[in-house]
Design a protein around this ligand. Structure first.
Ligand SMILES: [Mg+2]
Length: 360
């Protein structure tokens, strides 16, 4: 099956109020849909979450650079298409915007292959399970205490058994008070993760970890700058709380170095930044050789397929932001999400919603 065309669509969904973590303030939820068109009307799709950052650049890497590479290639030779894209962007750099584009095409090709064979992607990949643990994410720093507690308790009422909240504000004590209040609100049985979005120094992270020792934190995410590998190594020995990181990494080599130093017990790839489903599988297998576990970042509808395939997968991350566009929003029961048994990725968009939120 030849690739006939590649198309992108920009969608913008308003947020009622801006939300913020320790590094970004988010005003809109914007998506770029990337469709790879095969033969006989078959289309494989993927999506990038851009907020309002670099939308035209991310679209442009697909429209103006990678489309020319892939049109005419055999859509079923996914690894070969991946390599051709990788080679093409060597001159401008294989990280950053280019990696997003390669990832989007890789994901769309897996969807296309699944649709062409009438098979869900997780079964094509060699399924390990049909349900994946999932946690409710959010807990923004901009939330008042009431909003924060309302969100985490609402997740618990919806059937989640794990939740995540933001930390990394200027005052460690502010974070400690909020973590303590959340732990009290959700009770001892719900797992609680916290995410600092690279805000701290290693010393601040250690101070925080000591102050919340009695709060049973399941993981501390991105406590420090992502490239401070020595810092991550130091935290791994100095703290009781396991560290998770990796959503901003573009290379397997960075993960390999962290894993080899025993600096990261939980790797957290972003399926777009790492270069697609194909590369997340490689990372999960690499992590397995170091007895490390993998938790995916954000793209639950895509990630559920490769996370259902690997045997060291820990958690999917849940945000409801794609739901207004979906015919079948993901359902969570007893902390688990069921992998859709529809062809491809099983992501069906509502045409009227795409039309409503489309940016001309
Ligand atoms: Mg994070």
């Amino acid at each position: 099956m030849k690739i006939r065309d590649v198309k992108t669509t920009l969608l913008s969904l308003p947020l009622k109020d801006p939300i913020a973590d320790s590094t970004h303030t988010l005003k809109t939820i914007d998506w770029i849909l990337v469709d790879v068109c095969g033969e006989g009307g078959l289309v494989g799709g993927s999506h990038m979450l851009t907020f309002d950052y670099g939308r035209e650049l991310l679209r442009g890497i697909v429209d103006y650079e990678l489309k020319d590479v892939v049109v005419g290639m055999d859509a079923t030779l996914i690894s070969s298409v991946w390599q051709a894209c990788w080679n093409r962007v060597e001159y401008i750099g294989q990280a950053g915007v280019a990696a997003w584009g390669i990832g989007a095409i890789d994901i769309a090709l897996w969807d296309l292959l699944g649709k062409s064979l009438n098979c869900p992607v997780f079964r094509l990949l060699g399924a390990h399970r049909e349900q994946v643990p999932i946690y409710g994410s959010g807990g923004w720093l901009t939330y008042s205490m009431d909003q924060l507690l309302a969100e985490v308790t609402s997740y618990v009422h919806q059937g989640f058994t794990a939740v995540k909240m933001k930390v990394g504000s200027r005052e460690t004590q502010y974070d400690v008070d909020r973590v303590r209040a959340v732990r009290e609100a959700i009770g001892p049985k719900i797992q609680l993760m916290v995410d600092a979005n690279q805000a701290w120094t290693p010393g601040q992270a250690i101070e925080f970890s000591r102050k919340v020792r009695d709060c049973e934190i399941f993981w501390l995410e991105e406590p420090i700058q992502k490239d401070d590998h020595g810092g991550y190594r130091a935290l791994a020995t100095a703290m009781d709380i396991p560290v998770a990181a990796g959503e901003r990494e573009y290379s397997l080599e960075a993960f390999r170095d962290l894993l080899a130093q025993r600096a990261l017990p939980i790797v957290q790839p972003d399926v777009l930044r790492l270069g697609g489903i194909s590369r997340c599988l490689k990372l999960a297998h690499l992590a397995e050789t170091f007895n490390a576990r993998v938790a995916s970042h954000f793209y639950k509808e895509i990630d559920i397929h490769w996370m259902a395939t690997v045997n060291n997968g820990l958690f999917l991350e849940y945000f409801p932001w794609l739901d207004p566009l979906l015919v079948h929003p993901m359902e969570v029961k007893n902390g688990m999400a069921r992998v859709p048994d529809r062809p491809g990725l099983g992501i069906e968009l509502k045409p009227e919603a795409v039309q409503e939120f489309r940016v001309p």
